[in-house]
Design a protein around this ligand. Structure first.
Ligand SMILES: [Zn+2]
Ligand SMILES: [Zn+2]
Length: 429
C-alpha cells in the first residue's frame, strides 16, 4: 500500500504546484474563524463612509504589522496596502477587500448593530455596513494571517489591498472610486493577477458564484438636451417642439436593446430616469433635458450602445428640425473576469467549496469598482454565499437595505478560497 500512496502524492504535488499547502490553510482557517467573526462584528458596529475609514484602516494596519507584513497607509486617502514577501521567488498576487459602509440606518436587533449616525447630503442618516464590506475586511485580515504563517513556503509575494470608497465618492461634482485612485497611485504595477470576493445576502453559505468574461455591468450617465424653438402652445407650427421630439427619442432609444444589441450574448439597459422641460400648459418650451443610466457588458457592447444613442437622438431631433446634444459620462467599467485566469481557477473554486457548490452566475446589471484593477491586470471576482442555509433568496433583504443580514458561517469558505487563490496561482506559474 505504501508504494502506491507515495507516487500518487508526488504526482499531485508536481502537477498542481503549491496546492500541497491547502491542508495547512484549512487548519489555520479553522483556528482563526472565531477571531475573524469578532473582527467583523467590531467593524460592523463601527461603520465608516467612503474615504473616512480611519478606524477601520488603523485596525487593519495594526494587524498586518503584527504579522510582519510591510504596510503602506493613506493610499487613495484611507487605503491600506500590505506586502508579504514569500520565501521563494515568484509572481505577486493581489487580494482586495473594500472597507466602506453606506448611509443606511440599520434595523433589526443584532447585538453588534450599528448606531452610528451622520449627515449625508444634508440629511441626517444612520451609517451601516449594508453591502457587507465589513465581512470582506475581516476575511482578508484572516487571509493575511493564514498566508503570513506560511510565508517561507510561498513561491511568490502577496499584496493585500484594503481600499476605501467602493461605493463611489462625489467631491465637487467629480465622482471617483477607491479602486480607480489606487490604480492611479500605481498599486497594480508589480501585480501579476488579482482576486476579490463579494459576500452575497442572496446566496446560501458554502456556495461560490462566478462568471467568466463580463460579469457586472459598466455604468455610464446619460444626458440628452433637445433644443427646439419656443412657441405659443396654440400654434405649434410656429416653433419646433422639443417635448414631442424628446418623447420620440425616449421611445427610439428602446430599439437599441431590441434591435441593435445581440441579446444572446449579453444584456444591456438604457433607462431615462428624468425628463425636464416646460413651465406652463400653453407654452412650448425651448428645450427639454433628459438624464438616464446606461448598463453594458464589455467594451465592444458599450461602444455600440453609445454610438446608437447618439445616432438615434441626433437624427430624430434633426428630422424634427430640432437639435440634440448627447453627453455620456463613463463611470464604472464592466467587471470582466479574465477568461484564461477564470478557466485556470475553476478547479480552485471546486476544491474550496466542492463541485456541487460552485455555480456560474447570470450577468449582474449592478457595478463594482473591482473593474478598475481588472483593466490593468488579469483578475477574478467571485461571489461568496452569506445567506443562512435553507433561506429563500426572494425573501431575503437585499444589499443596501436596512434589514441586510449576513450569516457568519460562510466566512470560513472565504478564508480558504482567497488563500487557495494565492497558493494555486503561485504553483501554476
Ligand atoms: Zn454596494
Ligand atoms: Zn459592495
Amino acid at each position: 500500500m505504501k508504494k502506491l500512496i507515495l507516487p500518487l502524492f508526488l504526482i499531485s504535488t508536481m502537477a498542481f504546484g503549491q496546492t500541497n499547502l491547502r491542508p495547512q490553510i484549512d487548519q489555520k482557517a479553522s483556528e482563526i474563524e472565531s477571531k475573524v467573526i469578532e473582527w467583523r462584528r467590531d467593524i460592523h458596529q463601527n461603520p465608516e463612509l467612503g474615504n473616512q475609514e480611519f478606524r477601520t484602516a488603523k485596525k487593519i494596519a495594526d494587524h498586518l504589522r503584527s504579522l510582519g507584513i510591510e504596510v503602506k497607509e493613506n493610499m487613495a486617502v484611507t487605503g491600506v496596502v500590505g506586502y508579504l514577501k514569500g520565501g521563494k521567488p515568484g509572481p505577486t498576487v493581489a487580494l482586495r477587500a473594500d472597507m466602506d459602509a453606506l448611509p443606511v440606518t440599520e434595523r433589526g436587533d443584532l447585538p453588534f448593530k450599528s448606531t452610528v449616525t451622520t449627515v449625508y447630503n444634508g440629511q441626517e442618516t444612520g451609517v451601516m455596513h449594508a453591502c457587507g464590506h465589513d465581512t470582506h475586511v475581516a476575511i482578508l485580515m484572516g487571509v493575511a494571517e493564514i498566508l503570513a504563517s506560511m510565508k517561507d513556503q510561498l513561491e511568490g509575494n502577496v499584496k493585500f489591498i484594503f481600499q476605501p470608497a467602493e461605493e463611489g465618492i462625489n467631491e465637487e461634482g467629480v465622482t471617483t472610486w477607491g479602486a480607480k485612485q489606487l490604480v492611479e497611485e500605481g498599486v497594480m504595477e508589480d501585480v501579476d493577477a488579482i482576486f476579490g470576493l463579494h459576500i452575497s445576502a442572496q446566496t446560501e453559505v458554502g456556495t461560490i458564484g462566478y462568471r467568466p468574461g463580463p460579469a457586472q455591468a459598466a455604468v455610464d450617465n446619460l444626458e440628452i438636451i433637445v433644443h427646439g424653438t419656443q412657441a405659443h402652445g396654440a400654434s405649434p407650427w410656429s416653433g419646433v417642439d422639443p417635448i414631442v421630439t424628446a418623447s420620440q427619442i425616449v421611445t427610439g432609444l428602446q430599439t437599441i436593446l431590441s434591435r441593435s444589441v445581440n441579446i444572446t450574448q449579453n444584456p444591456a439597459v438604457v433607462t431615462i430616469g428624468a425628463i425636464h422641460g416646460g413651465i406652463r400648459h400653453n407654452i412650448i418650451p425651448e428645450k427639454v433635458e433628459m438624464i438616464g443610466t446606461i448598463r453594458t457588458f464589455g467594451d465592444e457592447q458599450q461602444a455600440l450602445v453609445h454610438k446608437r444613442i447618439t445616432e438615434i437622438a441626433t437624427n430624430i431631433a434633426e428630422s424634427a428640425g430640432a437639435k440634440a446634444e448627447v453627453n455620456i459620462q463613463k463611470l464604472y467599467p464592466s467587471t470582466v473576469n479574465d477568461l484564461d485566469l477564470t478557466a485556470k481557477m475553476v478547479p480552485t473554486l471546486e476544491a474550496a467549496a466542492g463541485k456541487d457548490h460552485v455555480r456560474v452566475n447570470p450577468p449582474v446589471t449592478g457595478a463594482e469598482d473591482f473593474s478598475f484593477y481588472q483593466r490593468e491586470k488579469p483578475g477574478l471576482f467571485i461571489g461568496l454565499g452569506g445567506m443562512k442555509k435553507g433561506g429563500d433568496p426572494t425573501k431575503t433583504p437585499s444589499h443596501h437595505t436596512p434589514d441586510f443580514y449576513i450569516d457568519e458561517s460562510g466566512f470560513i469558505l472565504g478564508l480558504r478560497v482567497m488563500s487557495y487563490f494565492v497558493v494555486d496561482y503561485m504553483g501554476m506559474k
